[in-house]
Structures are given as C-alpha cells and as structure tokens.
Design a protein around this ligand. Structure first.
Ligand code: ZN
Ligand code: ZN
Length: 119
C-alpha cells in the first residue's frame, strides 16, 4: 500500500493557495489509480509546484543545509507527523531552492534506508 508515502503530502498543512491546491487531489482522489500511479501524479504535481512557485534568490530565512538534511532524514526514515508543525519544514515547503535541496537529501536518505538501522 502507498498510504505511508502519501502521508508526506498531508504534512503540508498550511492554508496558502498552493498548499490547499496540493491537498485537494488527495481528498478527491482518482478511483481507478493504483497507489503507485497516484503517488507519481501527486509527487510530480507537488514537486513542480513548489520548485517553481517559491523562487527565493536571496535565500531569505533559509535554515541551511544541515537543517534540510535533518528534515529529509526525518521524513524518509521516521513516520513522524510532528514534522508538519516544524517551522523549518514549513519554510522548506515554501521555498523553491530549499525544496530542491530537500528532494536531493530525501532521495539519498531513502536510498540509504535499507542499509540503515535507524527506525
Ligand atoms: Zn502553504
Ligand atoms: Zn529556503
């Protein structure tokens, strides 16, 4: 089942226009989609939106590479819903350059998950 992975997008709990739009497909759903197809669709939709929607050339308020890495590890390895209320997570999901870094770190964290004993 893809339930756990889809939860990543439910972590985007803010009420701005983009976040509301990003949540809508999860609620509406598309009945004939497999969890994998839904994951791909949501992932592309959300990632494209965040990567293009929040340019931040001055990197105002960016928490830095260490914080982004910590968030990536948390979201990849731990079923941790408290990340939703984390101000740094809120920033990363509303900042295109930070989100790009986060995605890289997230892929790396997930790739390393199978060889890691981190719960
Ligand atoms: Zn938002
Ligand atoms: Zn940032």
């Amino acid at each position: 089942m893809g339930g756990r992975r889809v939860k990543i997008f439910l972590w985007i709990a803010c009420e701005c226009l983009w976040c509301s739009a990003a949540r809508r497909p999860i609620i509406d759903g598309v009945k004939h989609e497999t969890p994998g197809q839904k994951w791909d669709r949501l992932k592309n939709q959300v990632q494209e939106g965040i990567l293009n929607g929040y340019p931040n050339p001055q990197r105002d308020g960016c928490p830095g590479a260490d914080a982004i890495h910590a968030l990536a590890v948390r979201s990849a390895n731990i079923d941790d819903e408290t990340i939703e209320g984390d101000p740094q997570w809120q920033h990363v999901t509303h900042c295109s350059p930070c989100y790009g870094e986060y995605l890289e770190q997230f892929d790396r964290a997930r790739a390393g998950k199978h060889t890691s004993t981190v719960k």
